[in-house]
Design a protein around this ligand. Structure first.
Ligand SMILES: [Zn+2]
Length: 149
């Protein structure tokens, strides 16, 4: 026997009838009419905003920061005085790193050692040692691959 269960579990009438806004429900739009109304409204708002900004808002004050390229170029970059962070380095039009005038070049990042790992390795090991190690590693690698395959 198959029972078809019909849930008479309607939402409470109050929930559906409650107005979304307090009497400010928009009028039922007609096809086409709403688009024109919105367009007109948007145009008005845009115009108002631009007038207001022209009258009341001063353009942000600017300062020009000079960057000196190691090759002698000078790049002048206008920044808003409200800019939170003005970079110390700027890429010059020639591609070199230009340094902000009167600023010290930042310390090179510690994770960029001048000696490579290879250099340091060679200080402790000879090439013969390394070849032996390489052989060991390769043998290990191959045995691991065989196991996992
Ligand atoms: Zn340059």
């Amino acid at each position: 026997m198959t029972a078809i269960v019909v849930h008479h579990h309607a939402e409470p009438a109050e929930d559906r009838l409650r107005p979304i806004t307090d009497g400010l429900r928009p009028e039922a739009p007609r096809q086409g009419g709403i688009t024109m109304a919105e367009g007109a409204l948007r145009g008005t708002r845009l115009g108002t905003t631009s007038y207001e900004s022209d009258e009341h808002v001063e353009p942000a004050e600017r300062m020009v920061v000079h960057y000196d390229c190691p090759r002698g170029h000078v790049t002048s970059v206008p920044f808003s005085v409200e800019a939170e962070e003005i970079p110390v380095l700027w890429e010059c039009r020639c591609g070199a790193e230009a340094l902000r005038r009167d600023f010290a070049r930042p310390e090179p990042k510690p994770e960029r050692p001048t000696r490579t790992h290879w250099d340091m390795l060679l200080e402790r090991r000879t090439i013969a040692d390394l070849e032996e190690l390489l052989d060991e590693r390769l043998t290990l690698l191959h045995s691991t691959q065989r196991k996992s395959a």
